[in-house]
Write a protein that binds this ligand. Structure first.
Ligand SMILES: Cc1ncc(C[n+]2csc(CCOP(=O)(O)OP(=O)(O)O)c2C)c(N)n1
Ligand SMILES: CC(=O)[C@@H](O)[C@H](O)COP(=O)(O)O
Ligand SMILES: [Mg+2]
Length: 647
């Protein structure tokens, strides 16, 4: 049988496929997903679960005229395959290739860019309002997972949409999983809708059931008819959604294409907001992903035959060291409690959850709630650690400011994935946290040079009687030995790693190792470079920084963070405040633009965040000094070398 997928150049090509054709296409799509993600890594299990759902959506709705908005967007691969991007699918998440998320710049079929959770219903409602204001009549469909539905924004949008009664379709893709098993009252309610006949049977069906009960049945029906409203509370499936103002359709088998087509046609013909409840299996159609949908949620390259993930040997990640250290500290400190917003494994808190289940809290995808929950725990004398990816902490800015810092509560923020994360790209890089945290009074910010220092910073944060953040990167640590018991570091003090007289390389966190390498290269060129590990981004070590600034007169600041408002900016402010405006400073950091996806090393190189770039910047500064007759290091090579560092 000839292959169908290569013939699908856009959703219109689905129209002529019969049931068997659609089934065949679903099989081919699964093959393509598995082979591509096995090579490139990516979000496999979520996509395998929505193959039939996506086919049915594109069969019923006509994108780009109709709008489909994917929540989080990690499950948009099938949509990409059906909307003209199959020829480029092998470039998925590769530098310069297709993004792993919907992007308006990538295709007219991507109605809204996503990456962070729980935005789809708000965006869809906005589009529905715009449609009505402009006199349009197209459909607007938000596709949201049961995990994303736990996010506050989703509830806010449902509340508003139910009130406005605009034509809007929300497809709830319920696979009983967030990345980990989904948590909370809503998850339990959806579970009841799936399994409890009183919830999942229609009103008429229940009436028929009651009538069949001899003698009392018909009487009960009569009573029930009189108590119509109460009946509604007893038997209307999806009552929660109905009460919010939505018409509830479901639950539907999300792997039955025809059932899905039927329900989407029904939804399209219904006026007002509709919620279609679809049951799917995460990882459907690939046994290893079905068996372990957590691992295959977002997975690196793997072997298709065995499903074995291809792991590079290497040192433990920062995340792993953080998770294990928290358990170590938790043994002797019963006040320590840990909070995650739906990322127990991603943040390394799964270790703590296993060791101290009663002191571990998963809030669902609710970063705002997670931080304020921690504030409440801190207010009552406990030591909460909120472990969160830097990019998702952006969600909880006011909670950090208003609920934690304003009250000077002792809460530790373990800010994971600080810096460039790699393949997930612009939506996920954690490069704004120094800037948004350091402007908040009372906030302490630390960034470890390696995973060993991370352990001591965790202890330091937990002993500090106020809010403290430690920020560390994604991926493997440096492989350094983990020395001694976690101990409190001298507060607000930097670490001088290398003495020098010609120039000072002043680095934060992940950039310290590049600074050390650069200094060694400079030494070979006869240049004496001091290297300082800042340790604290706030408060800065005023004394050490000003001393080295005055000694060498030239500073290079290095950070894996945007230049605007970051560590280098803080150093400039400090020098200005101390009247040291004549110190020459080059700031190395991320330029004022969103950085695309690609490997972390490649992106770092593209942003000029390498030892080589630091060497080049140092040489440029020193050569410029020589040209202008100012004192410079002895024996400098003639001429400058162009660098990427931004001034
Ligand atoms: C604000 C925010 N917090 C956390 C995440 C990380 N995250 C991505 S997908 C996901 C689980 C989503 O579950 P669900 O919506 O049910 O989709 P599924 O993968 O099960 O299809 C989480 C927690 C995120 N993308 N955005
Ligand atoms: C879609 C999403 O937000 C997460 O799945 C994210 O991709 C996880 O990133 P890590 O791989 O860094 O845990
Ligand atoms: Mg889910």
């Amino acid at each position: 049988m000839s292959r169908l997928l290569p013939e699908i150049n856009g959703p219109a090509d689905l129209k002529d496929l019969d049931a068997a054709g659609l089934q065949q296409l679903a099989r081919e799509i699964r093959e393509e997903l598995i082979n591509t993600v096995a090579a490139n890594g990516g979000h496999l299990a979520p996509n395998l679960g929505v193959v039939e759902l996506t086919l049915a959506l594109h069969r019923v709705f006509q994108t780009p005229r109709d709008k489909i908005i994917w929540d989080v967007g990690h499950q948009c691969y099938v949509h990409k395959l059906l909307t003209g991007r199959r020829p480029l699918f092998h470039t998925l998440r590769q530098s310069g290739g297709l993004s792993g998320f919907p992007r308006r710049q990538e295709s007219a079929h991507d109605a809204f860019g996503t990456g962070h959770s729980s935005t789809s219903i708000s965006a869809a409602l906005g589009m529905a309002l715009a449609r009505d204001l402009k006199g349009g009549d197209h459909a607007v469909v938000a596709v949201i997972g049961d995990g994303a539905m736990t996010g506050g924004m989703a509830f806010e949008a449902m509340n508003h949409a139910g009130h406005l009664q605009k034509n809007l379709i929300v497809v709830l893709n319920d696979n009983e999983m967030s990345i980990a098993p989904n948590v909370g009252g809503l998850a339990e309610y959806l579970g009841r809708l799936r399994t409890d006949p009183m919830y999942s049977r229609g009103k008429e069906e229940i009436e028929q059931l009651l009538r069949r009960i001899p003698a009392i049945g018909p009487r009960v029906v009569k009573v029930v008819e009189r108590l119509k409203d109460s009946l509604k509370y007893l038997v209307v499936p999806g009552m929660f959604f109905e009460e919010l103002g939505f018409i509830y359709l479901g639950p539907i088998d999300g792997h039955n294409i025809q059932a899905l087509i039927n329900v989407f046609q029904q939804a399209a013909a219904t006026r007002g907001p509709v919620l279609v409840h679809v049951r799917t299996r995460k990882g459907y159609g690939y046994a290893p992903a079905e068996a372990n949908s957590g691992v295959f949620h977002g997975v690196g390259p793997f072997d298709v035959q065995t499903g074995r993930v291809i792991k590079k040997d290497g040192p433990p990640s920062y995340t792993e060291v953080f998770g294990r250290t928290l358990v170590e500290l938790g043994q002797s400190e019963p006040e320590i409690v840990a909070i995650t917003a739906a990322m127990p494994a991603g943040t390394g808190l799964d270790h703590f959850a296993r060791a101290f289940p009663e002191r571990f809290f998963d809030t669902g995808i609710a970063e705002q709630h997670a931080v304020t929950l921690g504030a409440g725990l801190a207010a009552e004398g406990l030591k909460p650690v909120v472990a969160v990816y830097s990019t998702f902490l952006q969600r909880a800015y006011d909670q950090v400011l208003h609920d934690v810092c304003l009250q000077q509560l002792p809460l530790t923020l373990a800010v994971d994935r600080g810096g460039l994360v790699g393949d997930d790209g612009a939506t996920h890089h954690g490069v704004f946290d120094f800037a948004f945290l350091r402007s908040i009074p009372h906030m302490v910010i630390m960034a470890p040079k390696d995973e060993n220092e991370l352990r001591h910073m965790l202890k330091t944060a937990l002993e500090y009687p106020g809010p403290a953040a430690l920020r560390y990167p994604r991926g493997a640590g440096t492989g350094c030995p983990l020395t001694g018991k976690p101990a409190v570091l001298p507060f607000g003090r930097a670490e001088v790693l290398r003495e020098g007289n010609d120039i000072t390389l002043l680095a934060a966190g992940s950039m310290v190792s590049a600074a050390v390498k650069a200094a060694a290269v400079l030494e070979g060129l006869g240049i004496s470079a001091a290297v300082i590990n800042a340790r604290f981004v706030k408060p800065l070590d005023d004394e050490t920084i000003t001393r080295y600034a005055m000694r060498t007169r030239r500073l290079v600041t290095m950070e894996e963070h945007v230049l605007a408002g970051g560590f280098g900016s803080a150093v400039l402010e400090l020098l200005g405040d101390r009247g040291l405006r004549n110190i020459r400073v080059v700031r190395m950091g991320i330029p004022d633009e969103f950085i695309e996806h690609g490997t972390r090393d490649r992106l770092l190189a593209r942003c000029g965040l390498t030892a080589d770039a630091a060497v080049q910047n140092a040489l440029l500064m020193l050569n410029a000094a020589r040209r202008t007759g100012k004192k410079a290091g002895a024996g400098l090579p003639a001429g400058g070398v162009a660098g990427d560092g931004r001034r």
